[in-house]
Design a binder for this molecule. Structure first.
Ligand SMILES: Nc1ncnc2c1ncn2[C@@H]1O[C@H](COP(=O)(O)OP(=O)(O)OP(=O)(O)O)[C@@H](O)[C@H]1O
Ligand SMILES: [Mg+2]
Length: 333
């Protein structure tokens, strides 16, 4: 449904999108994440025909963004980063206007408007002008217009930004529901939102895609050694020495001792289930009281830091960006 090949876009000397390629299909919710200035909005603007790329190609719903912009727009609902809403228009008037622009048949307009008002929780404000609305409600109106023509593809630039927790949860659930059949590509800085909503994660940094996969795949890519948290009741020196002699263990670090229970962090280069059995068997043989044996979990925040800053322990170094000296990624528009 979305096919992006080697897209590049510069603003003057700033290389905002650098050789970006990815695909996305119906039934997917793709979370597009990356630091400020990474190139998310620029990519989304190209996919929705609001910007043209310098080089590379993109097709959306089978239509080329350059050659068939009108068909692309018909198939896409787009929530821009800062929604271009008309302040002196009423909410209903605006949605009606958008329904007309989207060429929704007259007979269906009311029904579609009712549906999006309901989905986006706009009942309480339909009498107001957009200019009178709070930030969160303006965001809801922006979302409502992106859904009005019931498009097969939704591209949402930070859809939950500015929303209250209740509405955030509702929009998240909505994105999940829509993603059952359609394709949703959305950007966000709220990482738990990605973990909760997305079937796939697309991570961009300095204009380049640095990770693309399910959360599980990214966790496995990032994990270079398996860290186990182990707690054993007994004598620290004896246990530490014996643990260090076990096969497959790289490093044994005592972390704390409390009430005779010694807590360790154990790094291993082997498969986690093999190391767990080795430690378990050693505990049985030595008659240790094994109180805890857990694998360290890697969350999306750690993955994000890994790919965008190279931080986090127990991980491979992030891939080196290709020559990209012109990028001034910290600067905002
Ligand atoms: N209209 C513009 N003119 C000049 N430079 C721009 C313009 N829009 C974006 N840029 C630059 O392009 C780069 C990518 O910006 P973009 O808005 O795509 O990032 P983003 O990932 O959406 O960031 P954020 O998370 O802050 O929304 C940044 O360096 C930004 O300063
Ligand atoms: Mg942006």
């Amino acid at each position: 449904m979305i096919e992006v090949k080697e897209l590049t876009k510069s603003y003057g000397p700033t290389l905002a999108v650098n050789n970006v390629s990815f695909n996305a299909n119906a039934g997917e919710v793709v979370g597009f994440i990356g630091p400020n200035g990474a190139g998310k909005t620029t990519t989304m603007r190209i996919l929705t025909c609001y910007l043209t790329a310098d080089t590379g190609t993109a097709t959306v719903a089978g239509f080329d963004v350059l050659e068939h912009a009108i068909d692309v727009r018909k198939n896409v609902g787009y929530l821009p980063e800062s929604a271009p809403l008309y302040a002196d228009m009423g909410v209903v008037e605006y949605l009606k206007f958008m329904a007309e622009i989207r060429e929704i048949p007259k007979s269906q307009r009311k029904e579609r408007m009712r549906t999006v008002v309901d989905i986006c929780g706009l009942e309480g404000v339909i009498q107001k002008d957009i200019g009178e609305l709070s930030k969160g409600f303006r965001q809801r109106v922006g979302l409502a217009q992106s859904l009005i023509h019931d498009p097969p593809i939704l591209i949402l630039d930070e859809p939950t930004s500015g929303l209250d927790p209740t509405q955030t949860i509702e929009i998240r659930n909505l994105i999940k529901d829509i993603g059952q059949e359609k394709l949703v590509l959305f950007s966000t800085h709220i990482l738990p939102e990605v973990a909760a909503t997305c079937s796939r994660i697309l991570m961009i940094n300095h204009g380049q895609i640095v990770a693309n996969g399910t959360l599980e795949e990214l966790v496995n890519q990032v994990r270079s050694e398996n860290i186990l948290h182990v707690a054993i009741k007994g004598t620290e020196d004896e246990i530490t020495t014996k643990l260090r002699q076990l096969e497959g263990i790289i490093e044994v670090t005592p972390v704390s001792t409390d009430n005779g229970i010694v807590r360790y962090e154990i790094a291993s280069g082997q498969d986690i289930s093999d190391v767990s059995s080795t430690i378990f068997n050693a505990a049985v043989q030595n008659r240790w009281d094994l109180v805890e044996l857990n694998q360290e979990s890697i969350d999306l925040e750690q993955i994000f830091l890994h790919y965008t800053t190279g931080q986090t322990r127990g991980t491979h170094p992030p891939p080196k960006p290709e020559s990209n000296e012109d990028v001034d990624s910290t600067e905002e528009e």
